[in-house]
Design a protein around this ligand. Structure first.
Ligand SMILES: [Zn+2]
Length: 179
């Protein structure tokens, strides 16, 4: 009788341990599947063009800013004081980047947003040029330089995406409805 009890106990422990291991494995599998799908998505969506190819598509100013990480002169960009309702797309590849609802006048001379339309369409890189430590903002699809992001923005994010007008193409809300 005692032996039977011990065997039953042993089986119970073994089963519960196996259960644990199984659920852990499940979690790991789910994570690696997620990573895989996002990786493959990124690979699918990335646009790789040579400088020569970009030069054929972009204006000289767009090429200088988007592909050579240039900066337009402050207060000169067409979207600096532009507050119509609509969506701002990447001038290099047409990906949606910012919505007009998140645009604000930072007074810095460049279009400023407190949040991108989606984190997946933006990528960040550390930029230590010009003796400064800044975070560069790029289009994740075409790798085009958009501008920089700073920590002195308004609520709700406290961020200021300082973006070159040249890197953007604006489409009015009404225009989109007609399409
Ligand atoms: Zn792009």
């Amino acid at each position: 009788m005692k032996l039977y009890f011990l065997i039953a106990l042993f089986i119970t422990i073994t089963l519960s341990l196996t259960g644990c291991t199984r659920s852990e494995t499940k979690g790991e599998t789910a994570m690696s599947e997620n990573q895989l799908s996002s990786d493959s998505l990124d690979n699918q969506e990335v646009i790789n063009r040579t400088d020569e190819e970009w030069q054929k598509i972009l204006t000289p100013e767009q090429f200088y800013v988007l592909r050579k990480k240039g900066t337009e002169r402050p207060y000169t960009g067409k979207y600096d004081q532009h507050f119509e309702e609509g969506i701002y797309f990447c001038a290099g590849c047409g990906t949606e980047l910012f919505k007009s609802e998140t645009k604000f006048d930072a007074g810095c001379g460049w279009p400023s947003f407190y949040q991108p339309s989606s984190e997946s369409t933006i990528k960040y890189e550390e930029d230590t040029s010009l003796m400064m430590r800044r975070t560069e903002v790029l289009c994740s699809k075409c790798g085009g330089h958009l501008g920089h992001v700073f920590n002195d923005g308004p609520n709700p994010t406290g961020l200021r995406y300082c973006i070159n007008s040249v890197s953007l193409n604006f489409v009015k809300k009404e225009g989109q409805k007609i399409k």
